[in-house]
Design a protein around this ligand. Structure first.
Ligand SMILES: Nc1nc2c(ncn2[C@@H]2O[C@H](COP(=O)(O)OP(=O)(O)OP(=O)(O)O)[C@@H](O)[C@H]2O)c(=O)[nH]1
Length: 366
């Protein structure tokens, strides 16, 4: 049995851009098949010459298959998408001009498809490239018509051919001018998309980060806790610590609010440096922080907080001469199985209160 996934990978490749181009060319191939079918009908009803149509059909089928291979191998061969588009456009134009010469009284129909080809190409080509394609189309069409008039003026009346040429040329020139407009529009949309992405990233940062310390903010921490609660309803191996810098008001009063801010920033950096990748520290409010330690026993959590106390005490702030190291008090507790985090935080808060009441610069576990 054929493995459909493997066959798909073989035909389309794995590169999303190549897959998109192969799919696009496959859709184009369907249009070629429909055109071939219509020409067969024209042959059957005696409107087109069988031999001439057979030659054009062979040219079309070979071209479609050759391009399918080229598109599929374009990444390996290093052919850029715009070169492929130009070549595909030129091939389609040549098919249409040939079609004009073999479709007898139906020939005007090939001009419709010629306009469709150029319109199609405006999506993938730059204005200059579309201009080139239109110029080739106009020249090719002119040659085909001149050839018809000079060979068989009875079936290709010169005035009819000249006017048809003029109509088709106006159509092609109009499409070319539209491409310029489309390109401006495309560039504007691209810029707007980039601006929106930047704005979205800023909004995301503002919504999840504390501006002063760059730690997670309370809202984001609450979201993370809610996620955690959903994920491990029965697990209890998460510890929560509430941490509060000691005598912070005193720092503000003695050295000013700006230095207080600097202490908060330094505290955040020092605390983060003492944590593991899986731990998460958030600014819970003012000079209070919440630390979440997933898959951690209480004894390990106490060790982490001791390490953090060491890092905070080692902070050096030349403008803040306290005469003592910066310290913090913390209350830490383990979440009971299935317990809502609100209750765990409540317990940690009570433990923090005790740590403050017992003299500060300590960790109380409950
Ligand atoms: N610089 C600065 N100060 C802040 C900020 N947020 C809160 N504070 C101040 O932090 C101080 C907290 O004071 P208290 O709640 O009395 O706590 P404390 O002085 O640390 O005393 P204990 O917690 O009991 O050790 C207040 O003066 C707040 O104005 C901030 O973002 N920047």
């Amino acid at each position: 049995m054929i493995d459909r996934a493997r066959l798909g990978k073989l035909l389309m490749g794995t590169d999303p851009r190549v897959r998109r181009m192969v799919a696009y060319w496959a859709a184009t191939g369907v249009i070629y098949v429909l055109m071939i079918a219509l020409m067969q009908v024209a042959v059957q009803v005696g409107l087109a010459d069988r031999r001439a149509v057979a030659m054009l059909t062979a040219y079309g089928v070979c071209g479609v298959l050759a391009f399918a291979v080229l598109v599929r191998a374009s990444a390996v061969l290093g052919i850029s998408p715009w070169i492929l588009s130009v070549l595909q456009g030129l091939f389609a134009v040549s098919c249409n001009i040939w079609l004009y010469t073999v479709s007898g009284p139906l020939r005007e129909a090939s001009l419709i498809t010629l306009l469709v080809v150029v319109t199609f190409c405006t999506f993938s080509l730059r204005p200059r490239q579309t201009m080139l394609l239109s110029a080739v189309s106009i020249a090719g069409m002119g040659i085909a018509m001149w050839f018809g008039v000079s060979r068989d003026a009875a079936h290709y009346p010169p005035m009819v051919e000249a006017l048809t040429f003029a109509f088709a040329s106006v159509g092609l020139i109009a499409i070319t001018l539209l491409t310029g407009q489309m390109n401006t529009l495309r560039a504007r949309l691209k810029n707007q998309k980039e601006e929106l992405l930047v704005a979205l990233a800023t909004i995301r940062t503002l919504a999840t980060r504390d501006e002063l310390t760059s730690l997670a903010n309370r809202r984001h921490m609450n979201d993370v806790l809610a996620d955690e609660e959903r994920r491990q309803k029965s697990a209890g191996a998460t510890c929560i610590a509430l941490i509060d810098i000691d005598f912070f008001k005193d720092i503000n009063d003695r050295f000013g609010h700006a230095q207080g801010d600097a202490v908060l920033r330094e505290f955040a950096a020092a605390a983060l440096g003492a944590l593991r990748g899986s731990d998460m520290l958030a600014r819970w409010g003012g000079e209070e922080f919440l630390l979440m330690l997933p898959t951690t026993q209480l004894a390990e959590a106490t060790q982490v907080l001791a390490r953090m106390a060491g890092a905070v005490a080692a902070m050096r702030l030349p403008e803040v001469e306290l005469g003592r190291p910066v310290t913090f008090s913390a209350g830490v507790t383990a979440r009971a199985a299935g317990e809502p985090f609100a209750e765990t935080i409540n317990r940690a808060d009570k433990a923090l209160y005790r740590a403050k009441a017992e003299g500060r610069n300590r960790v109380v576990t409950v």
